[in-house]
Design a protein around this ligand. Structure first.
Ligand SMILES: O=C(CO)[C@@H](O)[C@H](O)CF
Length: 532
């Protein structure tokens, strides 16, 4: 059955805490949204925030079958809501970056012969050599990082090749650890996917290749040649290239959707599956980021990213291939202490209520009377330090703040960090800079006001906080015409523009200029103390 006359496009996001989906019509209007929360709807996997933190406090994994079962559930939810799958002309998606999936030898045959009478999670229950997938929150591979950097000639050399120095969460270092501690499982693995390409395997009914953009988050791919860097593969694990497949452009049409989805849900036989990508690259697409904008994504992780043409990789932050233009790149900085830290402070200082949190935020003046807080509940990525550190206006450490001051110190501290590290990497915040905000916290106008004040720039948002899903639905639509040379911007020209949400409070620049300097000095002091 071909796609019905009123086509639509699907974008999925396999993120840390949930699986989300958005459908858009030909005019790029959102016609359906749905989600599956891992902790509450799949309690049998006993995750917290979608993950398991192992007893060493450093190893963090997620059960791969939980992601598979979440797909079964979200498609059932869509079917029960009356969604007409016969309209789906193309689909794409994203996944939390850096996570890895280990398909057991023989799994390809299972994928190619899925019985539409049964659930995916039953059919694939024996298809994974490693059942607990390493995810981006893991920080247990420092030894592997040192080995890789030594093998290729140092941190900057590795960054010059792959866009980043070695990071614990990056997939190559995770694979190196699997090879070391689970050699038999590694040998039983015939294909290694990222979370993004694993999801596209499910829809394709075969192994799907890793895209250039998410592949940039592995410390294994040369971001200029867009091919695996042989020195990095050699330093990671044996026979690795045969397990990875070949990187593909993010707008590549991988093939038609698997017969399983045609029979079970009524997808059209000619529904195209586009390459999936990372969640942050998906968000870049969903926010229609342009050169000169700065994006701030407030999710489980917080990230700051922007579109760049001439990348200069450094040992802080990351350069990824651009998800919508193969000639361009995206620069990104990741902050691990994002929404889970905001939720902790909301629970402790605002009785678990965002309304009370916002009221408290508004009750304390901009600049928090000089009080500064650094809240690294878990080992932070930018910079690599842990712990909660509070300072009064005289830069003296204090043991605690009032609840209202604590709330403002958290929000201002998180945004001071973002601007300090962004400008350190050369991001320019000049008149005309737009800050585009997305992610769960971007629906809180009081949090956005602080973002605007700290950055002294207007903040724009899009209608949905699920920019990665939206971006991948847009990418699905673009993928159908990309071969004809139509650019992404042209393909989605009818999409709604980001809307102005807040502008800086008068006098904010005067308040935050000295605070930015103080924050940088205090964070540096905390980092140095942690290294003694
Ligand atoms: O590690 C990250 C980016 O480098 C995180 O933002 C993950 O993509 C979150 F899923």
């Amino acid at each position: 059955m071909a796609a019905s006359t009123v086509p639509c496009y699907l974008g999925f996001d396999f993120s840390t805490q949930q699986l989300k989906v958005i459908a858009v019509d030909e005019n790029l209007n959102v016609i359906h949204q749905n989600n599956v929360q891992f902790d509450s709807e799949l309690p049998e996997y006993r995750t917290q925030g979608g993950v398991h933190v192992q007893s060493d406090g450093l190893t963090v994994t997620s059960p791969v079958l939980m992601w598979v079962k979440a797909l079964d559930i979200i498609l059932e939810k869509m079917k029960n809501a009356g969604f007409d799958f016969s309209r789906v002309k193309a689909l794409s998606g994203s996944g939390q970056q850096h996570g890895s999936v280990y398909w057991k030898t023989g799994a390809r045959h299972v994928l190619e012969n899925l019985n539409p009478e049964r659930h995916l999670h039953e059919l694939l229950q024996w298809s994974f050599a490693v059942v607990d997938s390493p995810v981006w929150m893991d920080s247990s591979t420092t030894e592997q990082c040192h080995n890789l950097e030594r093998a290729v000639g140092g941190a900057q050399r590795l960054a010059d090749i792959t866009g980043s120095r070695a990071y614990e969460r990056f997939t190559g270092n995770q694979i190196a650890k699997i090879w070391k501690i689970k050699p038999e499982e590694y040998q039983q693995t015939e294909r290694i996917s990222l979370v993004s390409s694993f999801a596209s395997c499910l829809f394709l009914g075969n192994y799907a290749d890793i895209d250039f953009s998410d592949g940039s988050g592995m410390n294994l791919m040369d971001i200029f040649s867009k091919q695996w860097a042989q020195d990095c593969l050699n330093a990671t694990a044996p026979q690795l290239q045969s397990k990875l497949g070949t990187p593909v452009p993010p707008m590549a049409v991988l093939g038609p959707v698997s017969a399983y989805f045609v029979s079970r849900y009524g997808f059209p036989v000619d529904c195209r599956v586009l390459a999936f990508t990372g969640d942050n690259p998906g968000s870049l697409a969903g926010m229609r980021l342009q050169e000169g904008d700065i994006a701030v994504s407030l999710g489980t992780s917080d990230t700051v990213f922007l579109w760049i043409k001439d990348p200069k990789p450094t040992v802080e932050g990351h350069i990824f291939c651009n998800p919508v233009d193969c000639q361009a790149y995206m620069a990104l900085i990741c902050f691990k202490n994002g929404s889970l830290t905001r939720e902790r402070i909301r629970n402790e200082c605002a009785g678990g209520s965002w309304e009370v949190f916002s009221k408290a935020l508004r009750s304390v003046p901009m600049g928090n009377n000089g009080n500064i807080g650094i809240y690294f509940d878990v080992m932070e990525i930018t910079p690599p330090v842990a712990g909660v550190h509070r300072f009064n206006e005289d830069n003296n450490k204090v043991a605690g703040f009032s609840q209202e001051v604590e709330i403002r110190a958290l929000v201002e501290g998180q945004f001071l960090a973002k601007r300090v590290h962004a400008e350190k990497l050369g991001y320019k915040i000049i008149p005309g800079t737009r800050v585009l905000a997305t992610g769960g916290a971007s629906s809180n106008i009081d949090i956005l006001q602080v973002l605007s004040d700290v950055f002294s720039a207007p903040v724009y948002t899009i209608d949905t906080a699920n920019s990665a899903c939206l971006g991948c639905a847009y990418r699905a639509m673009h993928g159908i015409v990309a071969k004809k040379g139509v650019s992404f911007a042209e393909a989605i020209r009818r999409a709604p523009e980001p809307k102005l949400a807040v502008t800086p409070t008068p006098g904010s620049e005067k308040i935050f200029k000295p605070l930015l300097k103080r924050y940088a000095e205090l964070e540096e002091k905390v980092l140095k103390e942690s290294q003694q």
